[in-house]
Design a protein around this ligand. Sequence first.
Ligand code: AMP
Length: 544
Amino acid sequence: MRGLMMDRPLLISQIIEYAASNFPDQEVVSRTVEGDLHRYTYGDAARRTRQLARALQKLGVGEADRIATVAWNTYRHLEIYYATSGIGAVCHTINPRLPADQFTYIVNHARDRFVFVDLTFVPLLDKLKDQLPEVAGYVIMTDRAHMPETGLPNVHCYEDLIADEPGEFEWPDLDENTASSLCYTSGTTGNPKGVLYSHRSTLLHSLFVLSIPGLTMDEDSAMLPVVPMFHVNAWGVPYFGPMVGAKLVFPGPRLDGESLAGLMNSEGVTDAWGVPTVWLGLLAHMRSAGERFHTLRRVLIGGSAAPRAMLNEFKESYGVEGLQGWGMTEMSPIGTVSLVRPQDRNLSAKEQLDIKCKQGRAMFGVDMKIVDDNGERLPHDGKAFGELLVRGPAVLSGYYENPEATAKAFDDEGWFRTGDVAKIDPDGYMEIVDRTKDVIKSGGEWISSIDLENAAVGHPEIAEAAVIAARHPKWDERPLLVCVREEGSGVDKNGVLDYLAQHVAKWWLPDDVVFVEELPHSATGKLQKAKLREDFKDYTLPTA
Ligand code: AMP
């Protein structure tokens, strides 16, 4: 028997309209790329979003068209999120820090029709434009006064584009499973893979996040997403923030500790979300400047393991609750958050910190299991560990136009393989112990060990090379290159690094090169990365 309730779709346009109707005066504040502080309200944001929706349709943008953004976290980026998805197009956010070949691969694979670009990244697009044949035009996210000289073809000025459009618009009644946004992840080897979110998955993910016990976010909250809007939709903040009428504070291009602290205190920020590396910068600034947080109560630390010392410093020195979150691009992204339960609040500070160092309990809507090498389920006893698999309505069901990657990503029961190795305790707390995927996460961004190895063996005097992640206090992980010289070769560290610098992005360069007589191999001749990681577990990088 089917229920007799209305089958109304869950749509992203409903969020911005809801915010405009119910929190019309709530503020959205942005540090702009032009340099000043911009402030307006959800009422203004909705009006300009409708203007942009009209302008997009005039440009010929229609359902399923992919519209790229190469941009910081600002109000204009927010408007693009809602206007593109709202008309049934797909908002494709791109990480400008990607190596050029990955950047062009992504734009071409997604077949982006238009690219919205912040002033900062116009030179980048100018350089790459000839390799992006399918892009029909570019919109520079600024006003007439700040329009730069550019060789980009069919270029528009954002403010001119929307200026004459009326502020009313009838959003289409889309199917809730319509694609809404697209984000590529390079969290595994090979080319980046597209994760295509839907209106339904986006709204459900937002509702699930808002249901996380103890994470109260409402009209009294002022949320600062330091996590970029090109990194899994800033973990959902631009969607669930407006849903509950929270003030949004966008940091624009200024992500250093001093700028963030200033913005937090001047705008009354209560909640801030970001990767460990940005919080290191913030804490270093607070320490050296002797500043205090006036309103900050909670910091969500995710994307990489939250260091124990960081969680402790936020709490003990500043009275700010540091919370660890774990998730993936493929999961929209939130999977777990580590909050101390009411019954554990009388535990010692050390015991509470032990709990917060785990990745946390699943939020509603995320099922987790751990399995052994044969795919058999392991007990949630806090001891057994194995590969972590997940499923849920905000978890991907396949990569965008990538059947090979999709074929490898799921088990027989349709669960998604995270590539993380974890244990789960009887209270539901998940703890990551290792990773099966062969990548390095530096400051929240992925570096492919395989690409680095391939580049290294291109050196005529390197016989074999392996790259593993080494711990780093600032970046969490940095690449360490372990290699075997060709017989008779005297090539040294600088020789190898100089060579690599011609082939990989500067921030991918290994922090150290170690020469060994031979690398560990299995009986079948396969490089044993796990053994190598074990051999180098006490190794300290010279940069650390
Ligand atoms: P991404 O898709 O780029 O967000 O990366 C997801 C991956 O980052 C996960 O599969 C983990 O390997 C890693 N990760 C994310 N959050 C955490 C965390 N809190 N602790 C440890 N690793 C994390």
